[in-house]
Design a binder for this molecule. Structure first.
Ligand code: NDP
Length: 260
């Protein structure tokens, strides 16, 4: 399996914490060259330094995925440094749960810009290069929220449903170019994700649920490793779900007046 990771150039957005960071460290430890983007450059640089100190290859570029030019610059840096791109992991994301009636419109905009447009910008940045290479693999991060809609999760769920729609459209459109695509739909995984919720009731409900049920971030990293390692010489689409059992989500993620 390591053969299909060794020397592969893997761009990861949202690599400064959580799932992106865990994946960068895991793949680099198996010989991948990781190119990391996020806004917190101090965090990225520390990850790069530690990967390099362990004998791995990594570089980082400050990237705000809401800016198409930043995402393009990240991918261009990967290609100019290493001559190709094997995998684009569109991972950067934001979850800010709140009931619609709270009208947290700035938070809606942020989630749409980061989760939805950020994923599209990632695809736009790699597609011409992958088409001309005639190989490449785009991995998009959806969520359980991309399959189920919960009250107070409406906009986050909408963005993660959209990520699945974009991934499916991508799969249908790139079949002729020998490209691969994967959707990963995580459930609760222990990261900074819930810390951005500003609605107190949602924060309490989700914080409590994560404290009791979330699984470690390296489980996601191992799924990415597995998805990448399948040694298939063809255009293929794969889908994975990972997280605590769905039965554990009931009640916890609902604001109190929606619990029966
Ligand atoms: P974290 O909050 O730990 O990580 C989010 C990452 O996204 C950070 O590296 C952050 O970096 C980056 N990010 C946020 N906004 C931007 C931006 N504008 N430009 C570039 N990078 C940005 O959460 P996770 O690791 O959990 O989240 C990773 C992905 O997994 C997200 O898409 C999330 O929706 C998804 N997911 C996570 C689940 C979980 O339970 N943890 C469950 C389902 C899906 P910085 O702030 O430095 O820019």
């Amino acid at each position: 399996m390591t053969q299909d990771i060794q020397g592969k150039v893997i761009v990861i957005t949202g690599a400064s914490s959580g799932l992106g960071e865990a994946t960068a460290r895991h793949l680099a430890s198996h010989g991948a060259i990781v190119v990391l983007g996020a806004r917190r450059m101090d965090r990225l640089q520390k990850i790069v330094d530690e990967i390099q100190a362990a004998g791995g290859k990594a570089l980082a570029l400050q990237t705000d995925v809401t800016r198409q030019a930043d995402v393009q610059a990240l991918v261009d840096k990967a290609v100019s440094s290493y001559g190709k791109i094997d995998v684009m992991l569109n991972n950067a994301g934001l979850m800010q749960q709140s009931p619609l009636e709270k009208l947290k419109i700035d938070e809606w905009d942020n989630m749409i810009d980061i989760n939805l447009k950020g994923t599209l910008y990632g695809i736009a940045a790699v597609l011409p290069q992958m088409k001309s290479q005639q190989f490449g693999h785009v991995i998009n991060v959806s969520s359980v929220a991309g399959h189920k809609v919960t009250p107070a999760g409406t906009v986050y769920c909408a963005t993660k449903h959209a990520v699945r729609a974009i991934s499916e459209g991508f799969r249908q459109e790139v079949k002729d170019y020998n490209l691969r695509s994967t959707i990963i739909s995580p459930g609760a995984i222990d990261t900074e994700l819930p810390s951005h919720i500003t609605d107190s009731e949602s924060s309490e409900a989700i914080g409590g649920f994560y404290a009791s049920a979330a699984i470690p971030a390296d489980s996601f990293a191992r799924i990415v490793y597995f998805a990448r390692s399948l040694n298939l010489k063809m255009s293929i689409s794969t889908r994975y779900s990972i997280g605590p059992p769905l039965s554990r989500y009931k009640r916890h993620l609902l604001p109190s007046r929606h619990r029966s």
